[in-house]
Design a binder for this molecule. Structure first.
Ligand SMILES: *Cc1c(COP(=O)(O)O)cnc(C)c1O
Length: 412
């Protein structure tokens, strides 16, 4: 007899994006005339082509692989030094942070890293998760058996939920309870909110006081426009003692289909065994990576390194400008329609309050039926997301303009 991991059965059956897909299919079948004009502002996936510098590096690396003299087999476990050095220099040293190349682990995605990190962390940890949230943090803890079942509202037993609403500017208050692991993501998906240095400092102080670890997802740092918004948890004094950071090339350089990311684990970072002895998380993560992962492909690591060349930096900036230009259009259209709008200034997501407290799935159906636009209902990201919806700025300019117009023409 073979048995399943029954924790999977606790997961909510109607996962957000399949349910959106189902409703969109129903709509296009019922409205074949409107189907060609459907515009998707739902799933957070990039739409624009890879930067030229990235494509050139990819081509060159593929040619190297085709020549016996320059061919490469397995990559080094942490990732190629040329990429880790470029990351350390441009993403950290240039912003005054002390992160060395050997604290950077190159991977094929921030989604898998933020999920796999649980491999090295104990199941007795108390987990704090923001609500609404990028579903990966919660679902992977459910799968690992770190929760009880969900209640009728969809809240899992054993999780410390940190509600993020307009009342706290979508940055959670420090809880009274002690959490051992805290997931934070800024700029935030789905709310588009950012956290200030003071807010992150309060979390770092809390983590240090409680010997907790902050799992910080900075996948959207490249979208930050305001000079005083932190790009990394390591801009905060003391974070090297209490934080792991996840970064990705998916959203800045359009690598969602190319796959490259990295995780930063400071060398001094430690967590305890049951007897209270400290162990290096850097060593454990290194062991985990060496055992379960054989590296991101050489051409892709070359492609990622090209992001840090002068041409790459200019081209990435113009991609970001493109998406943030969309965000501005969508933000203004929603605000002009009388809606209460958040985010969209340092992140590619606009988080909108539903009018008159309408449930977010009802707004989803309304926007789909009246405007043929797919948005994401806030309830899909957690209980505290109810009463909001997300508009993604990942689109062509023409589509963003069209969506802005349709939002303006709707009877809200
Ligand atoms: C898109 C996204 C990522 C990136 O994941 P990859 O696996 O690197 O593509 C990470 N975190 C959040 C919150 C995201 O929205």
């Amino acid at each position: 007899m073979a048995y399943i991991n029954e924790h999977f059965l606790k997961l909510k059956a109607g996962y957000l994006f399949p349910e959106i897909g189902r409703r969109v299919n129903e709509f296009t079948q019922a409205n074949p005339d409107k189907a060609p004009g459907l515009i998707r502002c739902g799933i957070g996936d990039v739409t624009e082509a890879l930067p030229e510098a990235v494509i050139e590096a990819l081509h060159a690396a593929v040619d190297e692989m085709g020549n016996r003299k320059t061919f490469r087999g397995y990559a080094p476990e942490l990732g190629y030094e040329f990429l880790r050095e470029a990351i350390a220099e441009h993403d950290y040293a240039a912003r005054g942070m002390d992160i060395s190349a050997d604290e950077i682990f190159v991977s094929d995605g921030a989604k898998c890293d933020s999920a796999n990190i649980l491999d090295i962390l104990g199941s007795q940890n108390r987990i704090a998760i923001t609500d609404p949230v990028y579903p990966v943090y919660l679902d992977t803890n459910v799968m690992a058996g770190h929760t009880g079942p969900a209640d009728d509202a969809g809240l899992f037993e054993g999780i410390i939920y940190l509600p993020c609403t307009d009342a706290n500017d979508f940055v959670p208050a420090i809880p009274e309870e002690k959490a051992d692991l805290i997931y934070l993501c800024y700029p935030n998906n789905p709310t588009g909110a950012t956290a200030t240095k003071a807010q992150l400092s309060a979390w770092v102080d809390y983590a240090k006081a409680n010997d907790s670890i902050i799992l910080y997802d900075a996948a959207y740092e490249a979208f930050i426009q305001d000079a005083d918004v932190p790009h990394s948890i390591f801009e905060i004094e003391g974070a090297r003692d209490c934080a792991i950071e996840f970064r990705s090339f998916s959203k800045n350089a359009g690598f969602t289909g190319t796959r490259c990311a990295f995780t930063v684990v400071p060398k001094g970072l430690a967590a305890k065994d049951a007897e209270g002895h400290d162990h290096s998380l850097h060593a454990l993560w290194g062991r985990r990576v060496a055992t379960k992962f054989n590296g991101t492909s050489y051409p892709i690591q070359r492609a990622a390194a090209a992001v840090y060349t002068e041409a790459g930096q200019t081209q990435v900036r113009s991609l970001i400008d493109h998406y943030m230009g969309n965000a501005k259009l969508l933000r203004e259209a929603a605000a002009n329609a009388g809606l209460e709008v958040f985010g969209g200034t340092n992140a590619p997501y606009i988080w909108v309050k539903t009018p008159n407290g309408t449930p977010s799935w009802d707004i989803f159906d309304k926007v789909l039926n009246e405007a043929a636009v797919v948005i994401t209902p806030g309830a899909g990201f957690g209980t505290a997301g109810e009463g909001y919806f997300r508009i993604s700025a990942f689109n062509s300019r023409a589509n963003a303009e069209e969506v802005a117009q349709r939002i303006g023409a709707m009877a809200w």
